[in-house]
Design a protein around this ligand. Structure first.
Ligand code: ADP
Ligand code: MG
Length: 567
């Protein structure tokens, strides 16, 4: 008797099972990690990314690279998500996070080859991840928001080797000043006093005892970053207030307005646009005349209302037509049009003005206030400065630079620095960089692993060695032999030198705290957390069931990465 074959799924479903699924996913994850690896650290290289429309991005920022690459393989996409989470949670450390995840999976493959079941591996990894977090917290060093020197070092460490390299000292100052200004801290300073790097002794538990008080409110969106092409990058400045990439709409308007009373309008100051399908039939010149008059009356009415409100500055989110411009300039009102919505919101927050979205409110809006609104020319760009705002926390970092690529990469470097300073201030915890923290974690983790059963111990061992991938790559990217460095680092940590790391200013293994290579605790805790979560998730997959799209091509399971051979 012949039985009919059982059909579970339609034919166009692609399925990869068991070992194949695992190996395919691990390979994809490794490839993602390989891509960003060469960019790690101050001696890392940059990538040039060219979009289908020939836009060019030159960067060594992990998340930017992965984002631009439009990766499609499902497991590889999970790796990209790690970078995105890292970016939104900390604002730096994206390469580190992706590399640790990639190495965890690569090392898991070695265990799979030894016929260790994925369940054992994931269990070992989970134990290791938890223990690592515990150790990390224990050995992190505490700082207070008043430790400006240390915060500057953190910003500088974040920017070393980036677009801002030559000016990182100046930028670090701008960053620390800016972040401190927007942060809300009530630190009980007397508990700490001013500290020197050498006093970095106490552990995280001390902090809990001494209770750093802060409400953790640092919203980096309060710092506007504006870019201006023309001057030199060294002219980059911190401006207290808002800088808009806009010029006033008419040359007849005043160049400067003191004591600015600002109306924020989110509709067009224009003749009403008739709907596409509205037909106006005009049969005589008189009719046309009266129609135009009517429209002009409505513009006059709008401008009259603005004048009545007492506003001498208008920021309009939409268009402002010629007739309205003419009337407004006759009243000496400063007007910018087509201001981005996000900027309208920033101006509203900074000046205390409310955005008006209704014609009737126009005569009595809640006006914003600033001491000065001024048009300023820089090279090719004309900008509007809004200074002396009601809210002193409104800040803009205005980046100057010769080309768009320089401006963009400088912005990314500044954002890394801002993220690191903000997160160090929030948690009050920092760690030594240059791979020192990773080596110390690996060292202590191995020690802990000895208390576990054989197979789990192997997984913990692989977890530890994945962490060591950071210092070895830092060395490799600087052209230094990674094995020599790892051996030296390990032996010095065995001897109790817990701050020994690779200093890439001198290319030697040294006390990196003394060399002032310092990073926020949160970079590492977040990176270890998401890397291990994703590695565990990928290892637990033994079946990939993918539907194909209409064109019949496989839904990205085989050759999803542009420029990459299929696998
Ligand atoms: P990520 O995207 O992970 O932040 P980066 O390219 O910014 O990657 O590199 C960060 C790494 O570079 C960290 O491990 C940090 O400790 C290290 N680093 C920064 N400055 C130095 C330095 N002067 N010497 C050695 N390592 C450094
Ligand atoms: Mg970084």
């Amino acid at each position: 008797m012949t039985e009919k074959p059982v059909v579970l799924m339609p034919e166009d479903i692609q399925r990869i099972m068991g070992k194949d699924a695992q190996r395919n996913n691990i390979l994809a994850a490794k490839m993602v990690s390989e891509i960003v690896k060469t960019t790690l650290g101050p001696k890392g290289m940059d990538k040039m990314l060219v979009s289908p429309t020939n836009d060019i991005v030159v960067t060594n920022d992990g998340v930017t690279i992965l984002d631009e690459m439009q990766i499609e393989h499902p497991a590889a996409k999970m790796m990209v998500e790690i970078a995105k989470t890292q970016e939104s949670e900390v604002g730096d450390g994206t390469t580190t996070a992706v590399m640790i995840a990639g190495k965890l999976l690569e090392n898991a493959e070695k265990l799979l080859d030894k016929k260790i079941h994925p369940t054992i591996i994931t269990k070992g990894y989970r134990i290791a991840a938890e223990k690592t977090q515990e150790i990390l917290k224990e050995i992190s060093l505490k700082i207070s928001p008043e430790d400006e020197d240390i915060l500057k070092q953190i910003a500088m460490t974040a920017m070393t080797g980036k677009g801002a390299e030559g000016l990182k000292e100046k930028f670090a100052e701008i960053i620390v000043k800016a972040v401190k200004q927007i942060g809300d801290f009530q630190t009980s300073l007397t508990e700490f006093g001013k500290k020197q790097i050498g006093d970095f002794q106490s552990s995280a538990e001390d902090i809990e005892r001494k209770q750093i008080q802060h409400n953790g409110k640092i919203d980096l969106n309060d710092i506007k970053i504006e870019k201006s092409k023309g001057n030199s990058i060294k002219d980059t400045e911190l401006i207290s207030g808002i800088v808009l990439d806009k010029e006033k709409v008419s040359a007849d308007m005043p160049k400067v307005v003191y004591d600015a009373k600002i109306a924020l309008v989110d509709f067009a100051l224009e003749l009403k646009n008739p709907e596409i399908d509205t037909k106006i039939s005009i049969s005589s010149p008189e009719q046309l005349q009266s129609f135009i008059q009517q429209e002009e009356e409505s513009i006059k009415d709008m401008v009259g209302k603005i004048e009545m409100s007492g506003a001498n500055v208008v920021f309009c989110q939409k268009g402002v037509d010629d007739f309205a411009q003419y009337l407004l300039s006759k009243k000496n009102i400063y007007v910018c049009r087509r201001v981005a919505k996000s900027d309208m919101e920033k101006i509203s927050k900074a000046t205390g003005g409310k955005i008006v979205s209704n014609l009737n409110e126009l005569a009595s809006p809640e006006l914003g206030y600033a001491q000065i609104v001024e048009e300023v020319k820089h090279g090719e760009d004309t900008l509007t400065y809004i200074k002396g705002c009601k809210n002193p926390k409104a800040l803009t970092i205005l980046i100057h630079g010769g080309t768009e690529h320089v401006l963009d990469e400088t912005e990314r470097a500044l954002k890394d620095g801002m993220g690191d300073v903000a997160s160090s201030m929030k948690t009050g915890l920092v760690v030594p960089g240059g791979g020192a923290i990773e080596i110390e974690l690996a060292h202590r983790l191995r020690h802990f692993g000895q208390s576990l059963s054989g197979r789990e111990q192997l997984a913990v061992e692989e977890f530890a060695s994945a962490l060591e991938f950071i210092p070895t790559t830092l060395a490799e990217n600087a052209g230094i032999d990674p094995i020599d460095i790892l051996t030296e680092l390990k032996s010095r940590h065995d001897a109790g030198e817990k701050n020994a790391g690779i200093n890439l200013f001198t290319n030697k293994v040294e006390n990196v705290l003394e060399a002032r290579i310092i990073e926020p605790y949160k970079i590492k805790s977040q990176a270890i957390n998401s890397a291990s979560e994703v590695a565990i998730m990928i290892l637990r997959i033994d079946d990939v069931i993918a539907s194909t799209d209409k064109t019949g091509s496989m839904n990205s399971m085989t050759g999803g990465m542009p420029g990459m051979p299929g696998y």
